[in-house]
Design a protein around this ligand. Structure first.
Ligand SMILES: [Zn+2]
Length: 305
């Protein structure tokens, strides 16, 4: 795992456009927009913080903040001197991420669009040789994989409707060595077919896997690619998944605590050996789960639910 290094750049920048709802006449968003880390990376999660500009004492204070980024709603909570929300940055895209904000004050709501400056980490390329059948699916398998992807997307969608259950810091699902980090391009038999959108932990079959944070078991499945898999809905858009298990020790609908055992390492699904593949999604956006582990260690923002 490459620890995130965060240059002390001042974050956010770039006012892209401004639209107003309500009665007030002013030409700037009149808030401070910051991220932690200062320049978040594609494929990561970051805190987005919105505060009243102390230089602007001519207006009533913020009473609520809403927003959307990369097609996902943001769940702002009061934190620090203003409001904070977790934001997911898709692994692919440009140098800025547009964020639509709704700023509520007594008597009016202002809508504005800001652009966050984002970094592009250099993800490694991993070359694998596998039997051709593992790369080219027949149509029945393709249909199965598509249906399973749709099931996973539905879990992500529903997570936006679940209240936030998780809190920082996260617990690692295993204490073992990371054998493959997030983000690497995978080249199967000489052709780049996918990115590694999870973090792999070493483990023998049967060794424990635990929940990274409090959540509800959204799905226990036997998927073609993921094998025996447990998906946890942590609420407020955050989902984690634990793949290739030999068994699950929880059932759908169970509420689990951070660190609670949920299953055991296995080699089910499309694997070349036993390990845990751990994923995290903000809504439908796959992010490096280790970035929230790191972020949680310096979390001064969000209160425990
Ligand atoms: Zn993996």
């Amino acid at each position: 795992m490459k620890a995130a290094t965060h240059a002390p750049l001042l974050a956010v920048l770039l006012l892209l456009s401004l639209a107003r709802v309500g009665v007030a006449q002013f030409a700037a968003p009149s808030v401070l927009v910051r991220t932690t880390p200062d320049a978040p990376a594609r494929g990561s999660v970051a805190w987005l913080r919105i505060e009243d500009d102390p230089a602007r004492n001519d207006q009533p204070g913020l009473t609520d903040v809403g927003g959307e980024a990369a097609g996902e709603p943001l769940h702002f909570e009061r934190g620090g001197r203003g409001f904070a929300a977790l934001i997911g940055l898709p692994v692919d895209g440009g140098d800025t991420l547009p964020v639509a904000l709704r700023l509520s004050r007594t008597g009016r709501v202002d809508s504005t669009l800001v652009g966050l400056v984002v970094r592009h980490p250099s993800y490694p390329t991993e070359r694998l040789r596998v039997p051709p059948g593992m790369v080219q699916y027949d149509s029945a398998i393709r249909a199965r994989v598509d249906a399973e992807l749709a099931q996973a997307r539905e879990i992500s969608r529903r997570s936006h409707e679940t209240p936030r259950l998780w809190s920082a810091p996260l617990t690692l699902p295993r204490e073992s060595r990371i054998t493959s980090p997030f983000g690497g391009a995978r080249e199967y038999n000489g052709r780049v077919t996918s990115r590694h959108l999870g973090t792999d932990f070493a483990g023998a079959v049967g060794t424990p896997v635990s929940a990274a944070a409090r959540g509800v078991v959204a799905l226990v499945a036997d998927f073609y690619l993921a094998g025996r898999a447990v998906y946890l809905d942590h609420g407020a858009g955050l989902v984690t998944g634990y793949f290739h298990l030999s068994r699950a020790s929880v059932a759908e609908g169970d509420t689990v605590a951070a660190g609670q055992r949920i299953g055991a390492v296995g080699r089910t699904g499309r694997v070349t050996g036993p390990h845990l593949h751990w994923i995290m999604r903000y809504g439908g956006i796959s992010v490096d789960p280790m970035t929230l582990v790191e972020l949680g260690r310096s979390d001064e923002l969000v209160a425990r639910p």
